[in-house]
Design a protein around this ligand. Structure first.
Ligand SMILES: C=C1C[C@]23C[C@@]1(O)CC[C@H]2[C@@]12CC[C@H](O)[C@@](C)(C(=O)O1)[C@H]2[C@@H]3C(=O)O
Ligand SMILES: O=C(O)CCC(=O)C(=O)O
Ligand SMILES: [Fe+2]
Length: 328
C-alpha cells in the first residue's frame, strides 16, 4: 500500500509521541478452570481487558479462516474493491468509519447474520466464496459461544440472579453483532497508526491475531500506552461501552489502538457482540445502591447509542453524551 500526499498529511497527525511499554500484567483467564470467575470480574474492573487460554475453540477454525482471509487480502486491489465500500458492510482500505479516520490497514466488515452478499467477495470460484462464508460462520459461532460463556461467568461473579442477563443479548436472533477481519501490511514507518485509539461501543469484543505485535491498551484514565504481547493461540477480550453502562461503570470499556508493524503484516479477527437495536441499555438495578438513584448513565437504546457512535470520530469519548450530570 502506498500513501497519497493527502494521506501522508493525515497520517503524520496521528504519529504517537510516547514510547510504549510492554505490558506483562495482562490478566490471563483459564476458561477450563472453574475457579476463574473472581479473576474475570477483577480483570473487567481493573482493565476491561484480559487474555483467555484453554478456550476450547478448535484450532482448525482459526487457521482455516486466517488462511482464507490472507487469500482474500492477497487479491489485486481492483478485485477487493468490488467487495466495498463498507457502508455498512464490505471491504475498506485505510478509511475507517465515515468521519475522516484513517489507518494503515485494509479490512472486511461483516454482519454476523446472513445479510452480507458473499457474491461481493471478489474473484474466485463460487466454491471459494462458499468456503470463505463457511469458515466465517464456523469461527463466529464458536467465538460467540465463548463470549456468552464469559458473560455468564461475569453475571455469576457479580451475583446477578439472571445468569444470562448479558449473554441473552448476543444470543437474541436480532442481536446486532459485527465481525471484522483486519489486515495491516508492513508499514513504511514504524510509528504509523494502524487503527486509531478508541473504545468498542458494543458489549464485548473477542480478538484473535497472528503473532505480529501492534495492539496497545491504555489503562484506566492514564494516557500512557502499553503494548500487548501477541499470542496467536489465545483470545483477547475487551469490555465494550455497553457493558460499562450495564455494570454502572464497574467494568471499564478499555481504550485501545493498533500500531502498524514495519516488518511483518498483522492479521486480526474480531467479533463484536452487540444487543438488538431496540434493546434498552441501562445499569442493571441489582448493581445500583438500594434506595438511591445512583445510576451514572441515562437510559438509551442500542440504536440510539450506535447512531451517535457512528457519527463520532474514533478517538471521541462516546459515552459522555449519555452520562448523568451528578450534582456536587
Ligand atoms: C470512526 C468510526 C469507526 C467505527 C464507527 C465510528 O464512527 C466510531 C466507532 C468505530 C467502531 C470501533 C469498533 C469496531 O471496529 C466498529 C466496527 C464499531 O462498531 O465501532 C468500528 C466502526 C467502523 O469501523 O465502522
Ligand atoms: O486489529 C486489531 O487488532 C484491533 C482492531 C480494533 O480495535 C477494532 O477493529 O475495533
Ligand atoms: Fe476496537
Amino acid at each position: 500500500m502506498v500513501l497519497s500526499p493527502l494521506e501522508q498529511q493525515q497520517f503524520s497527525v496521528v504519529r504517537p509521541s510516547i514510547t510504549p511499554t510492554l505490558f506483562h500484567g495482562i490478566p490471563v483467564i483459564d476458561l477450563s478452570n472453574p475457579d476463574s470467575t473472581s479473576c474475570l470480574v477483577k480483570a473487567c474492573e481493573d482493565y476491561g481487558f484480559f487474555k483467555v487460554i484453554n478456550h476450547g475453540i478448535p484450532t482448525h477454525f482459526i487457521s482455516n479462516l486466517e488462511s482464507q482471509a490472507i487469500d482474500f487480502f492477497s487479491l489485486p486491489l481492483h478485485e477487493k474493491l468490488k467487495a466495498g465500500p463498507p457502508n455498512p458492510f464490505g471491504y475498506g482500505n485505510k478509511s475507517i468509519g465515515h468521519n475522516g479516520d484513517i489507518g494503515w490497514l485494509e479490512y472486511l466488515l461483516l454482519t454476523t447474520d446472513h445479510d452480507f452478499d458473499y457474491q461481493k467477495l471478489a474473484s474466485g470460484s463460487p466454491q471459494t466464496r462458499e468456503s470463505f462464508r463457511r469458515a466465517i460462520n464456523d469461527y463466529v459461532s464458536a467465538v460467540k459461544n465463548m463470549a456468552c460463556q464469559i458473560l455468564e461467568l461475569l453475571a455469576d461473579g457479580l451475583r446477578i440472579q439472571e445468569k444470562n442477563v448479558f449473554s441473552k443479548l448476543l444470543m437474541d436472533e436480532q442481536s446486532d453483532s459485527v465481525f471484522r477481519l483486519n489486515h495491516y501490511p508492513p508499514s513504511p514507518d514504524k510509528n504509523l497508526i494502524g487503527f486509531g485509539e478508541h473504545t468498542d461501543p458494543q458489549i464485548i469484543s473477542v480478538l484473535r491475531s497472528n503473532n505480529t505485535s501492534g495492539l496497545q491498551i491504555s489503562l484506566k484514565d492514564d494516557s500512557s500506552w502499553f503494548s500487548v504481547p501477541p499470542d496467536q493461540d489465545s483470545f483477547f477480550i475487551n469490555v465494550g461501552d455497553s457493558l460499562q453502562v450495564m455494570t454502572n461503570g464497574r467494568f471499564k470499556s478499555v481504550k485501545h489502538r493498533v500500531l502498524a508493524n514495519s516488518e511483518k503484516s498483522r492479521v486480526s479477527m474480531i467479533y463484536f457482540g452487540g444487543p438488538p437495536l431496540s434493546e434498552k441499555i441501562a445499569p442493571l438495578p441489582s448493581l445500583l445502591m438500594e434506595g438511591e438513584n445512583s445510576s451514572l448513565y441515562k437510559e438509551f437504546t442500542w440504536f440510539e447509542y450506535k447512531k451517535s457512535a457512528y457519527e463520532s470520530r474514533l478517538a471521541d469519548n462516546r459515552l459522555c453524551l449519555f452520562e448523568k450530570i451528578v450534582a456536587s
